[in-house]
Structures are given as structure tokens and as C-alpha cells.
Design a binder for this molecule. Sequence first.
Ligand SMILES: Nc1ncnc2c1ncn2[C@@H]1O[C@H](COP(=O)(O)OP(=O)(O)OP(=O)(O)O)[C@@H](O)[C@H]1O
Ligand SMILES: [Mg+2]
Length: 222
Amino acid sequence: MIEVKNVTKQFQNETEIKYKDITFETGKSYMLLGASGCGKSTLLNIIAGIISPTSGSVLIDGVNMQEKSQKQRDKFRIEKIGYIFQDFKLINEMTVLDNINILNLEGINTQDAPRLLEELGIAEKKNSKIKHLSGGQKQRVAIARALVKAPDIVLADEPTGNLNFAIGELVIKKLVKASKNKTLIAVTHDERLSKYFDKVIDMNQMIADKKDIFGAGGGTKC
Ligand SMILES: Nc1ncnc2c1ncn2[C@@H]1O[C@H](COP(=O)(O)OP(=O)(O)OP(=O)(O)O)[C@@H](O)[C@H]1O
Ligand SMILES: [Mg+2]
């Protein structure tokens, strides 16, 4: 169970986002919808312990992650969280398999990598360098890398953004299946995919308040 409590995030005195409290239950899949700039990636980064909230806390199975050190949060993320980043965070000069096997350095078993790449339809690219892949192929490598550790929590930031609908649907079904009895939080704009999730959360209702203090006119309606 992931509990987001009284969380706010302020970036360099520019943007302040106040999140409403929310609980993500174990065994459920959640789709996060919301306008660009609303704070979806920021929320995933806070849950993953990559960035710290300015105030408030994230509790995972009752443990307050803000009471842990950054090193402990990093260890927890490496072992328990599969994070599919919006910008993939793959190493361009390395091959597909090496991008996944690099997790061995963190003690992660990656023997499932070939099977995952096969299921995601990119097995034939396993020895290609990332820089030679299309956006959709990179996206699927990022998905395989996140799932290879059989994580307890899957955070997926626009995991189908570069895929056509048919492959996107396949990927979502795979993510939901891989997260059975676990927790899946996926950001996606494609409402056609909502039927695969247990719950759809509209970020417009998740943001208690958002200020773009020095933001250029208009700001984001969240
Ligand atoms: N590192 C940062 N420094 C300053 N401001 C930031 C930073 N990261 C995010 N922000 C600001 O926080 C707000 C939320 O950003 P975030 O990336 O979470 O949005 P998002 O909902 O994921 O948007 P998108 O759908 O475009 O990916 C935006 O106003 C953004 O400019
Ligand atoms: Mg984002």
C-alpha cells in the first residue's frame, strides 16, 4: 500500500504543487490522467524516492519513506520498484541487453530479460545499441528493464506514448498482468486504455493547489 500524505513540492520557488492525500492499494492498478505540467511525473518521482517532497510524506506498507536516508530509499527503489521513465533513461551507447544486464551490478537477477524482450516484440534488437532503435522500441526496452526484477510496485510514466494503439494495448495488458497482486500506477493520456485498470484517477482532482509563482501567463489548469 502506498499512502501519499500532505505532500507538497516546491521547485526553486517557482512552482508549488500541493497534492491531495491518496492511497494506492496493493493488488490494484491505477491510471493517472491529467493535463501536461500538472505534476504527474513529479508525483511518481516522489513515490519512487528520486526527489523528496518539500513537506508531507509517502508511506509504503506503513513505512515513512521520508524518515529513511536517501541511500535507503535508493536501495528500496532498486529492489522493489520498476520505474518506466517518461524519457526512458537508457544508455544510448550500450546494447539493449546490456542496458538491462547492468542491473546485475545492483544484485538484480536479469535472467528473464530475453523472455520479456520476446513478449514485447523486440527480441531481434537485443544486441542493437539503443541509439539505433526507434522511440517505440526504446520504450519497450524501458518496460522490459522495469519488469525484469519482478517489482512490487510498477510506476509507468506514459508507457505507451511512443507506441501505436495495438502495441500500446499489448503493453498495458502486460503491465497489468505483471502487477497482479502488486501495485501499478501508470500515467497515460489515452482514455481508450482506461478499461484495463482497476481505477482511473484524474489528476485535476488530485491537485489541491498549484501555483506557478513566476510562471508565464496562464499557467496550467489542474
Ligand atoms: N526539476 C524541476 N524544476 C523546476 N520545475 C519543475 C521541475 N520538474 C517539474 N517542474 C514543474 O512542476 C510542474 C509539474 O511537472 P511534471 O513533470 O510533474 O508534470 P507532468 O504532469 O508529468 O506533465 P507532462 O504530462 O507534460 O509530462 C510543472 O509546472 C513543471 O514545470
Ligand atoms: Mg510527465
